[in-house]
Design a protein around this ligand. Structure first.
Ligand code: ZN
Ligand code: ZN
Length: 414
């Protein structure tokens, strides 16, 4: 058990429910198909185990599978690390620099964000990954990134096996028969395999090759993105906050200089924050080493400024039709029905007369808008904030609103 628990962390085993989701089911199926086919192909049809090359090849295949699954399950079950429910900073005066989370009933520590899928505030949240059905954040960043590196490496190896198996089998069979011409490849099994390479075996190998090549390209690109995040010590959410900070400073000409606080100035130092020999990243996930010109709350203060700015630029709407919150509403016109966004984000039911303060919208693209809904716009601070979608035609802009008069045409609506 001790040995096993060093391989898989059992602490979070109750998280096993995360497996029952389309993401892990597809990801594990791809891993299973590629590994099984690569092992079968190399044992039965391509490479004999009685040569050194063949044995190394076989051990490498097993090795990829074990390493990929190890990092995959750790990324899923160790998870990103969550901020304790009801968390407060050590010093009461620091609360003024932090955003609070209504769901977790506490403050959001620096670099944490609330994930609606996990329903918790996540340490150094980068994104919620459907393939591990968990967030990628502080504690599992190294496991996640290692998985993104190992999966393309393993799949490339498998792809070579698939191609060589098909090449040798089809070459011998179609062009020259079993005994007439030999391929100049010393390690190839020279005798007929135990099981003939039949049409189903060919189809399965070809299918696995497609999966392996697709995975190599897609996951390889994700690896490059995550490595950029790590060596810059800047999550994709923080990159977006930084962009908005520059935009805000330029828009208001405040003359501030925004320095991203968590980039330690050296790629190697940033790398070592995430990848350590123990497997656990540096830090407690709530306090972070920062740039000499910054302090612990540089970024959270910027986030608060952006929030205030966003509210100021929001637009007041009023619901003019009822909407029951259906995913693809049938009674709201063909446009709305066919252009309903393909997202799992919630739909917001509306009752005629509801005031809506929209701070975010893609209304120029879709006939539905993403908005923030406040129960009472006069007390927006304490109002219920909901993020989601509803048919564009169910709301009308209020003309008596002055704060928002220039907000709609502003490209800074995010
Ligand atoms: Zn939260
Ligand atoms: Zn999440």
């Amino acid at each position: 058990m001790n040995f096993l628990s060093t391989i898989v962390t059992f602490d979070n085993l109750h998280e096993v429910r995360r497996l029952f989701h389309w993401g892990p089911i597809i990801a594990l199926s791809v891993i299973a198909i590629c590994s099984t086919m690569a092992i079968l192909d190399s044992i039965i049809w391509y490479w004999p185990l009685d040569t050194t090359g063949g044995s190394i090849n076989f051990l490498m295949l097993i090795n990829w599978t074990v390493l990929i699954l190890y990092n995959y399950f750790n990324a899923m079950f160790v998870g990103p690390g969550y901020i304790p429910l009801g968390w407060k900073p050590e010093h009461q005066q620091d609360t003024q620099y932090l955003q609070s989370c209504r769901v977790c009933q506490g403050y959001k520590s620096p670099r944490s964000h609330h994930c609606r899928k996990c329903n918790r505030c996540v340490m150094k949240m980068d994104h919620h990954c459907p393939w591990i059905n968990n967030c990628c954040g502080h504690l599992n960043h190294a496991y996640f990134t290692s998985f993104l590196l190992l999966a393309p490496l393993g799949c490339s190896h498998a792809a070579v096996i698939f191609i060589m198996t098909m090449y040798t089998q089809l070459y011998e069979r179609i062009s020259f028969g079993w005994s007439t011409v030999k391929i100049d490849m010393s390690a190839v099994r020279q005798v007929q395999p135990l099981i003939p390479f039949s049409v189903p075996a060919f189809a399965a190998t070809l299918f696995a090759l497609g999966l392996a090549l697709g995975t190599t390209i897609a996951v390889g690109m994700l690896f490059v993105i995550q490595m950029k995040v790590i060596i810059r010590n800047r999550t994709s959410i923080e990159a977006w906050i930084e962009e908005k900070a520059k935009d805000r400073i330029q828009h208001y000409q405040t003359g501030e200089e925004f320095i991203f606080p968590y980039d330690l100035g050296s790629r190697w130092l940033n790398f070592k924050q995430v990848f350590t020999w123990s497997g656990t990243p540096k830090g407690n996930g709530m306090e972070w080493p920062v740039h000499p010109k910054c302090h612990q709350h540089t970024l959270t203060i910027e986030q608060l400024k952006q929030k205030a700015d966003k509210r100021m630029r929001s637009v007041l709407y009023q619901a003019v039709e009822d909407y029951n919150g259906a995913c693809c509403p049938v009674n709201k016109g063909l446009q709305t029905f066919f252009r309903t966004p393909c997202t799992e984000e919630p739909r917001i039911p509306l009752s005629k007369g509801d005031p809506i303060l929209a701070t975010r919208g893609t209304k120029y693209v879709h006939s539905l808008v993403i908005i923030h809904l406040f129960q009472d716009i006069n007390v927006a601070d304490s109002g219920l904030r909901v993020r989601g979608w509803f048919p564009r035609r169910c709301v009308e802009k209020c003309h008596y609103d002055t704060a928002a008069s220039d907000g709609t045409s502003d490209k800074k609506v995010n």
